[in-house]
Design a protein around this ligand. Sequence first.
Ligand code: CMP
Length: 187
Amino acid sequence: MLLHMLILYLSQALVGLSSEQTCKSPQKREAEDATTQELEKAVILIKPDGVQRGYVGKIISRFEEKGFQLIGMRMEMAQRSVLENHYEEHAGKSFYPNLIDYMMSGPVVPMVWQGNNIVKIARNMLGATDPLQSAPGTIRGDYGVSKQKNLLHISDSPESALREILIWFKNPEQELITWSDPMQLWK
Ligand code: CMP
């Protein structure tokens, strides 16, 4: 009797499993598509003032709450060669030497985030480089007071993001994590 009940239970469980696998609702399929698609990426780098003023958590929350997905993150003392590579377009400008020295003065937090149109949206959230121009409500507008100590850097285009990912995450296959985000359905 007990064996009979066990066989009945197992066969029902197997039927349930196979119908789950084969009869996906349109909503379920849509959700799976939304969670696995290739999304635009951006490097967001929290600078020494962002770390030392205790804004790491707040900055991460702003992007999480907006709906972007964090796929890579580390804390480190940045090497000069990495920064020279990252800021190569500014080499020769008057502020360049101070910028490199400043970026080596304390820990930084390089991160990779993804989401639809993340570069444009995240740059709007960041606000202008000059604190005199950055609007209240933006990250720099709320917390920034200096052109150099301006809390964070965000890639200026999807193409720059791909270049910067390889500067900060030399083994992206190992260092970046693709995880299924069911909330993508709503974004
Ligand atoms: P970021 O987005 O990291 O890109 C280049 C950085 O150079 C910028 O943020 C500022 O930190 C810095 N920067 C740009 N313009 C100036 C300036 N006029 N004086 C000092 N620092 C600057």
